[in-house]
Design a protein around this ligand. Sequence first.
Ligand SMILES: O=C(CO)[C@@H](O)[C@H](O)COP(=O)(O)O
Length: 232
Amino acid sequence: MASLIAPSILSADFAHLADEIAAVTGPEGADWLHVDVMDNHFVPNLTLGLPVVQSLRAATEVPLDCHLMIEDPDRWAVGYAEAGAHNVTVHAEAVRDPISVALDIKAAGARAGLSLKPNTPLDDWVEALREYDTLLVMTVEPGFGGQSFMPEMLDKVRRARTMVDTGHLTVVVQVDGGINADTVAAAAEAGADCFVAGSAVYGAADPLRAVAALRRTVLQAQAVTDPAPSAG
Ligand SMILES: O=C(CO)[C@@H](O)[C@H](O)COP(=O)(O)O
């Protein structure tokens, strides 16, 4: 099991993105940088797109984790992989051909991720997930930072963890939404191994320390449930 911390730049100051990324970069800093791409159609919010991701790639060596909350991800996903994203996640509710998209993202050199909104059942997507490297379990309705964690999503995380542990899936199990010092342990105990946190990191007085503190809490929780967790 991994223990990856992925600060979400949705909660950062968009006028100073390079500085905001530097603020979470370091030996105990971000493992991945979570980049929320929103189009005001799939979700009722608008953020950034491919040109910004291309610029971010040049501004940091931290792996970019692009979460596409957009309509027609089949058209756009490969562009993010070609722009140098480490992981490109599309939404199950928006994708037309999930297998082709996963294969295309991977052929372009990135990990492929599939995200499930809170009301989207895991069981409907198990076959497609065999082509994916990351499963993103949304723990809020996608669209905005600063929402409350939905504890009822922990069961989905537990079932995904069981599928990974029994060899039915080989995905990193990622959680996103309302992850903070109070909720991260429950997500880790349920079996998540990648933790997206926006307001808990960028709302903290010291974002780098907030990342390190989240990771420590994850490792403590995983030590209880998994006798031999990897360092991520
Ligand atoms: O995808 C999303 C929101 O749709 C997230 O990545 C948010 O950026 C998480 O923010 P917090 O809930 O951690 O404040």
